[in-house]
Design a protein around this ligand. Structure first.
Ligand SMILES: Nc1ncnc2c1ncn2[C@@H]1O[C@H](COP(=O)(O)OP(=O)(O)OP(=O)(O)O)[C@@H](O)[C@H]1O
Length: 605
């Protein structure tokens, strides 16, 4: 039996992956080019995308396909692919020909994804190599010192701000509450003040995030940061007034075209902004990041904010991590840059490495939030670094605001049942949609899986049974909804959360937050959606809740990883409950959410 047939028989391939291999087999038979290894590689390159990889690593097929087969030897596999007419072998920066597959080093891509990666790298280099008009840094020094009093004491926020003044591409990474939004608000203020001092119009600024909820959170944090700026002496009110106070989704920023994967803004129709700031960049997948950077005009700044330790995007690509890896730690700066910034930061450590992205990244380390009621940082840190022993010890010994329900696999039974249901019952008695959407953030039950007894789908069902009865109306008052697909027509996107309310006539309306207040839809007109009392950690990315219950499955599963746990626990604002066994915690923390990608290598080259 051929390897392709064996994989199919084991149910290891999706129909769409198999269909690609079959069509190549059919075409190849006519002229004797139907090597089984090539067909299997084609199917796996397609399957790789669904697993979040940019392509198939020939030496690690098991990352893409969990089958009990003997894989071809990587070198021989590569030889077979090199000999196939379905496989293009372009040099790193060249566009590929019309072949459906592209082989580079040990990576086999579907051509489209290789093009996304190549174009993304090319455009990041384009943006990184431009020098923005930096003006006279010495004249900004007094304002800079007022905004960052610790600038000369290795304050990372000050470092990020200073770099933002002289770099067109900047990556600011850091865990929750490390001040990414605060810092960027101050950077934008500096740019506005600089323009005012030079007699130029203020820069045109766009703020965006991958989901509606993340965009709202970004705008909320920004408004809070602006309010604090107004209290600082030496800051002119007009500069604060010129700061943006709303953010949009990336799709909205780029301008969706109905029924098209393209956007209104692209390389030929660039975004009309001088600075584009993107929050939650770890959630942005390869195709979207490619389209975004292509639309950034020459001479504009691109600032990416994110937490590289979170789960990577569900779709292909671990773009933030790849850029971060290529940029290096960023503690020391290239000598020329260090000297340029000395009027603002004092003497800085220097380094020789002059890679394209050297000095384009700052990692913020100090957390400023969650200090009092929730002592999350040590636990998040242990999870981030995969230290299972320490994580278990911290959970057992107890941290403020954190409870470990060891070996509990069903929080909806026993003593925790009513604790969980109470905030959702409260939702059912509210009549103001804005208030209900606010209350919707009070509590979430987060799961690792969607299906199965401990999956989000089954738990939602049980919660809804408990709240509204088994014979309930599907759109009962107070039901939480999760949108599961993008709908440009509605302006609703995968991951958006809504709440159902009955109006005075008893008609159900599903309410969602929008840039200009709440928006109501008839449930029948909504794009695909599900219940949202329980949801997967993946879907909760970009959101925070006052109380989070994180439930891990009884058995280890491939989707469990340290990134999933870290992302799950860092969704909590005030209280965290973890239901898990020691064994599953250990297995999860031993695993990385690995992504195959050639982006970091492309950016380093
Ligand atoms: N240098 C600082 N000194 C004191 N407080 C700070 C400082 N930087 C940030 N904060 C406070 O920490 C909190 C979190 O800041 P901010 O929202 O900027 O963090 P963030 O990294 O953007 O968070 P998230 O990851 O949740 O988006 C805010 O209340 C802010 O006022």
């Amino acid at each position: 039996m051929s390897l392709l047939d064996a994989l199919l028989r084991q149910g290891a391939l999706r129909p769409v992956d198999h269909a690609l291999a079959q069509s190549l087999r059919r075409l190849g038979r006519e002229d004797g080019d139907a090597d089984d290894r090539v067909l299997v590689a084609a199917a796996l390159a397609s399957s790789a995308i669904a697993h979040g990889h940019a392509g198939l690593d020939l030496s690690r097929p098991e990352l893409v396909c969990d089958a009990n087969v003997e894989w071809p030897d990587a070198a021989q596999w590569r030889d077979a692919l090199q000999a196939s007419r379905w496989v293009a072998l372009p040099s790193r920066d060249a566009a590929a020909t019309q072949a459906p597959l592209v082989l580079e080093d040990n990576l086999l891509y579907l051509r489209r994804y290789r093009e996304y990666e190549r174009r993304l790298a090319m455009n990041l280099r384009r943006i990184a190599s431009a020098s923005p008009a930096k003006g006279d840094l010495a004249s900004l020094a007094p304002l800079f010192a007022a905004l960052f009093p610790g600038a000369r004491d290795t304050d990372r926020q000050a470092r990020a701000a200073a770099l933002a003044l002289v770099r067109s591409l900047l990556l600011v990474t850091g865990g929750p509450g490390t001040g990414k939004t605060t810092t960027i608000t101050r950077v934008l203020l500096l740019l506005i003040a600089q323009a005012a001092l030079d007699g130029r119009p203020p820069p045109r600024i766009a703020l965006a995030a991958p989901t509606g909820r993340a965009a709202e959170r970004m705008a909320e944090s920004l408004r809070a940061a602006i309010a604090r700026l107004r209290d600082i002496e030496g800051i002119e009110a007009a500069w604060c007034d010129a700061l943006p106070s709303s953010a949009s989704t990336l799709h909205r920023l780029l301008g969706t075209i109905p029924d098209s994967p393209r956007f209104r803004h692209d390389a030929d129709h660039p975004l009309p902004f001088d600075a584009v700031v993107v929050d939650e960049a770890s959630m942005v997948d390869l195709p979207l990041m490619c389209k975004l950077v292509e639309a950034v005009p020459d001479g504009a700044r691109l600032i990416l904010l994110g937490d590289r330790d979170q789960l990577p995007s569900v779709e292909a690509g671990d773009v933030l991590a790849a850029i971060t890896d290529a940029a290096g730690e960023g503690d020391a700066l290239p000598a020329e840059l260090a000297r340029m910034l000395s009027p603002l930061l004092g003497a800085l450590p220097e380094r020789d490495d002059e890679g394209v992205l050297a000095g384009h990244r700052v990692q913020l380390q100090r957390g400023y939030r969650q200090a009092q009621s929730l002592e999350l940082a040590p636990l998040a840190d242990a999870m981030r670094t995969g230290d299972a022993e320490r994580a278990t010890q911290l959970l057992r010994e107890g941290l403020a605001g954190v409870r470990f329900h060891e070996d509990v696999s069903d929080p909806l039974s026993g003593s925790s049942r009513e604790t969980l249901l109470a905030p959702w019952r409260a939702l059912m008695s509210l009549t103001d949609p804005a208030q209900a959407l606010q209350q919707a953030q009070a509590l979430r039950l987060l799961t690792a899986l969607r299906e199965g007894a401990q999956g989000a789908a089954a738990l939602n069902q049980r919660i809804e049974d408990a709240l509204a009865g088994v014979q309930r109306d599907p759109y009962f008052h107070g039901r939480l909804l999760l949108v599961t697909e993008n709908s440009y027509r509605h302006g609703l996107f995968n991951g958006d959360i809504g709440v159902v309310q009955r109006d005075a006539a008893g008609v159900p309306v599903a309410w969602f937050a929008g840039a200009d207040g709440v928006r109501g839809f008839h449930p029948a007109s909504l794009p695909a959606h599900s219940g949202a009392f329980a949801m997967t950690v993946h879907k909760a990315q970009g959101s925070e809740f006052d109380t989070v219950w994180l439930l891990l499955p009884k058995q280890d599963a491939r989707t469990l990883s340290r990134e999933l746990l870290y992302t799950g626990v860092t969704r909590a604002r005030r209280e965290l409950h973890v239901c898990a066994s020691e064994g599953v915690l250990q297995a999860a923390l031993a695993r990385h959410a690995q992504r195959v990608s050639g982006l970091a290598a492309r950016l380093r080259a």
